[in-house]
Design a protein around this ligand. Structure first.
Ligand code: 0RA
Length: 638
C-alpha cells in the first residue's frame, strides 16, 4: 500500500536507538568497511551496488547505472523492485527508512538465497548512509516516486511522495563524509574494474558507468558470462584452444560455475568468487578445483598412455602452467576467513567443487580429444622444465657454498643483522650505485647496483632465469629463495626499495623487477616489503633558499611560492647519477626526508593483465597500453 509522508516525529525510543547505531558506525568506520582509506571508500560503492546485484540475482533487475559526480557524490540506480516503503512490522516506520538507518532490516525482507549483501561485505546500506555527508534515496514503486534525504545517516525529513512514477527501482545518491574517511575521491579505474567484473559474473545485467569528472561513459554487458571473462583475461596471450571450457553444475545447495582456457605462457591466473565476491586468498572452493584439475588431467594422460607409471607424475604446478580460470560459486551461508576475510572457509564446498569439476572436466576431455592432447603436452613440458630448474637450483646452491657465504660481490651490505630495520636499495647502473653507496647510512642500508638488461621473466621459465647473473644476485641478496621454495623467515631486508631513473629505461627496469617479484616471490609484495623510491625531478633555487620538486605540478607550486620564475634557478634531474651523494640521501634515501611508495597488488587480474601487456609476446596491445598510459607508467605502483 502506498504511503504519503506518514513518518512519526523523529525523536521516539526507536529513533534514539537508530542514532546510537549510526554514531557507533561513525566512531569506528573501520570495523564496518575494513578501513578508512581508498579501499574503504570504494567499499561504499560496492555495498550499494551489491544491493542492486541482489535484485539481479532475484531475477528482478536487468540494468544498473553508476555515476560519479563532480561534487564528489556517487549515484547508483537500478530497475529492481524498489526498496519497500510500507510500514515495517517491528519498527512501525517506512521500511525504506529502516533499511537506510538500522543494521540488517530483518529476515522478512530477505530477498533471495545467494545474496551478496549479508555476505562478506554485506554490512548494509545504513553503513554507507552513516558514513556520508548526505544521502538521497528515490524509490519507484506502485506508481509513485518516494524520496528521503539523510545527513550523516539520520533522516532530515519524513519519507514523502514526490510524484508519479513508471516502473520500479531504487536510486541512491551519497556523498562520502571527509570527516570520518581519510580519502573521499573515487578512483575511476577502481570503480570501473569492479563494475566490469560484476557484469561478467552476472550476464543478465547491463551496467552503465558514467564519470562526470572526466567526463566519460561506458556500458558493460557480457552475455557470455565468465567464459567471456576468461577470454578477456587472455586477450594479450595466445590461447591453446577456443572457446574456453565452460560448465555449470549444482552439488547439494552449492552452485558451481567454471570457465578455463590455457595459453602458451607459463603463469596461472585463477580468479575465484563466492556469491560474486572476489576471494583473492582462495579457500575451499579453490582447493577443490585444483585437486580435481590435477587428478582429472593425470587420469586422462595415463589412460591415453601420455604419462607412464602408477604414481601421479604431473604435479599441480605442472597442470596450472598457462592456465586462466574463473571459478564462481554460490554458497548458502559463506564463511569468510583470514585477516582480510578474503578466503572461503566452508569445508563442505571443497568436496562439492571437486566432484563437479572431476565429472564435467573428464566429460569435456572425452568429447574434445585434440584439446586434451594439447593440455597434456603442455603439462608434460612443464614437468620436464621443473626437473631442469631443480637441478639448476641445486647447482646455484653448491656454487654459492663454494664461493663462501654466497653473497654477490656487487652488494654493498649493511652492518645490522636485524632484518626488520634493514633496507636494500636496488639501483640502476654502476654510477648511481656508487652515489647511493656513498649517500647511504651503512648501518642499515644496503645497495645492490644492477647494470644493463635484466631478463624478461614473463617469457622465461625458472631454469632459464636462474642462469641470469642479475637474478641470481638478487635472489641471494634477498635471501628467501624463489618459486615454490620460498622461506620468508630468511628475508634479509624488510624494505626492498627500487631506485631507478625517472625515464623510460628506469621504468622498464622497474617493471621487470616488479614482474620478477610478482611472479616468483609474490609474498614480498603481498606482505608489503617492496617499495619504490621517489627521486625529485627538479631543484628550484632563489637566492639563498631552495626546494625540491617531485612532479611538474609541485615545480609550478614552488615557482609560485617563490614569486614566479624571475631570478629563479631551475635545475632538472634526469637521472639519479646527476645528484651528489648528499643530495641523493637527503631527497630519496633518508628516512623522514624521503617518500617511498609501497607496492601493492590491488587486483590480481588487473596486475596480471598489465604484466602480460607490458611483458608478454603480443606487441600490439603493449604499444596501445603504453600510448594510453604513458603518464602512469612512469609512476607505476602495482
Ligand atoms: C528488501 C526487499 C525487497 C527489495 C529490496 C529490499 C531492495 C533493496 C535495494 C537496494 C538497492 N536496490 C534495491 N532494490 C530492492 C523486495 C521487495 C518486494 O518483494 O517487492
Amino acid at each position: 500500500m502506498a504511503q504519503q509522508g506518514v513518518s512519526a516525529p523523529v525523536y521516539d525510543a526507536s529513533s534514539i536507538q537508530v542514532l546510537e547505531g549510526l554514531s557507533a558506525v561513525r566512531r569506528r568506520p573501520g570495523m564496518y568497511i575494513g578501513s578508512t582509506d581508498a579501499r574503504g571508500l570504494h567499499q561504499l560503492v560496492t555495498e550499494v551496488v551489491d544491493n542492486s546485484i541482489d535484485e539481479v540475482l532475484a531475477g528482478a533487475c536487468d540494468r544498473i547505472e553508476v555515476t560519479l559526480h563532480s561534487d564528489g557524490s556517487c549515484t547508483v540506480a537500478d530497475n529492481g523492485r524498489g526498496i519497500p516503503v510500507e510500514e515495517h512490522p517491528k519498527y512501525h516506520r517506512p521500511t525504506l527508512e529502516i533499511v537506510m538507518t538500522v543494521l540488517h532490516a530483518g529476515s522478512k525482507f530477505d530477498r533471495n538465497t545467494y545474496k551478496v549483501s549479508g555476505g562478506l561485505h554485506g554490512v548494509g546500506v545504513h553503513v554507507v548512509n552513516a558514513l556520508s555527508e548526505w544521502t538521497e534515496v528515490t524509490v519507484r514503486r506502485d506508481g509513485h516516486a518516494y524520496f528521503q534525504r539523510y545527513e550523516r545517516g539520520a533522516p532530515v525529513a519524513p519519507l514523502k511522495v514526490i510524484g508519479p512514477a513508471e516502473g520500479t527501482g531504487t536510486t541512491t545518491r551519497f556523498k562520502p563524509d571527509g570527516t570520518v574517511l581519510e580519502t573521499v575521491t573515487f578512483d575511476h579505474d577502481t570503480v570501473e574494474r569492479r563494475l566490469k567484473e560484476l557484469s561478467f559474473l552476472n550476464p543478465g545485467v547491463a551496467i552503465r558507468f558514467a564519470d562526470e569528472r572526466t567526463p566519460s561513459e561506458v556500458t558493460f554487458h557480457h552475455a557470455g558470462g565468465i567464459s567471456e571473462f576468461v577470454e578477456d583475461l587472455n586477450t594479450s596471450t595466445n590461447p591453446l584452444f577456443r572457446p574456453p571450457i565452460y560448465f555449470h553444475a549444482k552439488r547439494d545447495t552449492t552452485d558451481i560455475e567454471l570457465a578455463l582456457q590455457y595459453n602458451d605462457g607459463y603463469n596461472e591466473t585463477t580468479l575465484a568468487f563466492v556469491n560474486n565476491i572476489h576471494t583473492p586468498d582462495g579457500g575451499t572452493h579453490v582447493v577443490g578445483f585444483r585437486a580435481a584439475l590435477t587428478r582429472t588431467l593425470n587420469d586422462y594422460a595415463r589412460k591415453r598412455g601420455l604419462v607412464k607409471g602408477d604414481k601421479e607424475s604431473l604435479t599441480g604446478e605442472d597442470v596450472r602452467e598457462g592456465l586462466t580460470a574463473v571459478l564462481s560459486v554460490k554458497v548458502l551461508e559463506p564463511q569468510f576467513e583470514g585477516q582480510t576475510k578474503a578466503r572461503l572457509g566452508n569445508s563442505e564446498v571443497k568436496g562439492q567443487v571437486e566432484s563437479a569439476v572431476n565429472e564435467k572436466l573428464a566429460e569435456y576431455l572425452e568429447e574434445h580429444p585434440a584439446v586434451g592432447q594439447s593440455l597434456i603436452v603442455k603439462a608434460v613440458q612443464a614437468a620436464q622444465a621443473r626437473e631442469a630448474a631443480r637441478k639448476a637450483r641445486e647447482l646455484t646452491r653448491r656454487k654459492g657454498l663454494l664461493e663462501g657465504g654466497g653473497l654477490p660481490g656487487k652488494l654493498a651490505d649493511c652492518h645490522s643483522r636485524n632484518p626488520a630495520e634493514c633496507e636494500l636499495f636496488i639501483v640502476e647502473g654502476d654510477s648511481a650505485g656508487g652515489t647511493a653507496k656513498q649517500g647511504r647510512d651503512r648501518e642499515f642500508q644496503a645497495v645492490l647496483p644492477l647494470r644493463g638488461k635484466i631478463l624478461n621473466v614473463e617469457k622465461a621459465r625458472l631454469d632459464k632465469m636462474l642462469q641470469n647473473e642479475h637474478i641470481r644476485s638478487l635472489i641471494t641478496a634477498i635471501g628467501i629463495g624463489i618459486g615454490e621454495e620460498i622461506d620468508m623467515a630468511r628475508l634479509r631486508y624488510h624494505k626492498i626499495i627500487l631506485m631507478t631513473d625517472a625515464d623510460v629505461d628506469g621504468s622498464h627496469i622497474r617493471t621487470l623487477l616488479l614482474t620478477l617479484f610478482y611472479r616468483k616471490m609474490p609474498q614480498l609484495i603481498t606482505e608489503g616489503h617492496v617499495f619504490i623510491a621517489q627521486a625529485p625531478l627538479y631543484r628550484v633555487q632563489k637566492g639563498g633558499k631552495f626546494q625540491w620538486a617531485y612532479s611538474d605540478d609541485e615545480r609550478d607550486r614552488v615557482l609560485a611560492e617563490f614569486g614566479g620564475p624571475k631570478g629563479v634557478t631551475l635545475q632538472r634531474y634526469k637521472g639519479l647519477g646527476e645528484m651528489n651523494a648528499e643530495q641523493l640521501a637527503e631527497t630519496t634515501m633518508r628516512p623522514g626526508a624521503r617518500t617511498l611508495l609501497r607496492v601493492t597488488v590491488e587486483d590480481a587480474g588487473q596486475a596480471n593483465m598489465l604484466f602480460q601487456i607490458l611483458m608478454g609476446e603480443e606487441v600490439e596491445p603493449r604499444r596501445e597500453y603504453i600510448q594510453e598510459h604513458a603518464v602512469e607508467v612512469t609512476n607505476l605502483d602495482i
